[in-house]
Ligand binder design. Sequence first.
Ligand SMILES: Cc1cc2nc3c(=O)[nH]c(=O)nc-3n(C[C@H](O)[C@H](O)[C@H](O)COP(=O)(O)OP(=O)(O)OC[C@H]3O[C@@H](n4cnc5c(N)ncnc54)[C@H](O)[C@@H]3O)c2cc1C
Length: 397
Amino acid sequence: MDLQFSDKDLAFQEEVRSFLKENLPANLLDRSDRGLHPLKDEIVAWQKVLHEKGWVAPNWPVEHGGPGWSLTQKYIYNREYFLSGAPQTIAFGLNMVGPVIYTFGTEEQKADYLQDILESNVWWCQGYSEPGSGSDLASLRTRAVRDGDDYIINGQKIWTSWAQHADMMFCLVRTDTECKPQEGISFILIDMKTPGIEVRPIIGLDKEHSLNEVFFTDVRVPARNLIGEENRGWTYAKFLLGNERHIIARVARSQYQLARLKEIARTERRGAGYLIDDADFRRRIAKVEVDLIALEAMELRYLSQEIAGRKLTAEPSVLKINGAEIAQLIKTLTIEALGSHGMAYEPDPVFQRRNDRPIGPDYLHGAMADHLYQRAATIYGGTNEIQRNIIAKLILG
Ligand SMILES: Cc1cc2nc3c(=O)[nH]c(=O)nc-3n(C[C@H](O)[C@H](O)[C@H](O)COP(=O)(O)OP(=O)(O)OC[C@H]3O[C@@H](n4cnc5c(N)ncnc54)[C@H](O)[C@@H]3O)c2cc1C
């Protein structure tokens, strides 16, 4: 592995660090620290600040509004971003459909959508999963039938995160039933205000409304909203999923949360001393810390390979599996560190209705809901079992 930060990179690191320190809003940081989802208005406002600085879309090419950073600078930025405690920017526009549009979209689509994504003017959601078509995504059945200049769409999506906020959905639809499942899928952009769309909430294990079902009944979508070619949607969908898995590894976010866990263990009393003095708990923290160091080394190794020009294949899956499992373990240990208070369950809607302080220590609010939501980290973006299948196929042969 050959990766050394140059003086220029180190100066850049310092610039990122101080910008985040000076500009990250305290309320956003506070919610993020407590493991609460950011509020829509607050995260949009923050993304606009990042956009003004030119940093909201680190991976985008310069010609579409990206900052033109090297791979090393992108790595440094992401690391510093999460070490600052800042919440993940909403990925659907910036990390998912944006790159699909500038890579595969028409000039008209680029002009219509990219600037609004950069400015966070439009909230996107991801319409991939359906009942019965999650891991086996290629079996999806939401049907799009061409009718003149439009497609008529009928069917159902499920687990659609934040669809209740969404202005637009990028959606996988079946446009051909007479071929291999993967060859009859198209990728289309849908205005969520189109008649015939119904969004119904699913309340999660964490008692929050982040998930939805979306129903389509004779929804008329202009054919110009199709990305690329009809029936080539699987190619664009896979391109997008590769980016999504990279995000889920979130090494620096776990490092930040591990530091917080240690802080809690130094504060929580056990018997005559503090939890951090308990040999067994220290051993478990040390184990997760070693795993995280190994994951960071792996991420750096892949980065140095990318810099050397090697194209990654199943590596995002390796990062996703390990990153998600480590993040879950840190949350489990956090709940254990809170002792009996850890059992208190104060999801955000309940907390907001209270006019007193949270039960137990201040840092408790949100901890259990976050722990429960994190159970999904090994499911969304393709389950860890599916990632293992990908590794078996692509790396082990
Ligand atoms: C919090 C959350 C947010 C989500 N957000 C979105 C979103 O915004 N948009 C969207 O489109 N989807 C979203 N999803 C859906 C997610 O992508 C699917 O849940 C996931 O792909 C798994 O599909 P499934 O739920 O149908 O489970 P299934 O595919 O039915 O899997 C059930 C179990 O069987 C295992 N399994 C299935 N097939 C295999 C196999 N071949 N080999 C080994 N094991 C297998 C799985 O690993 C899993 O443990 C979200 C899910 C969650 C939990």
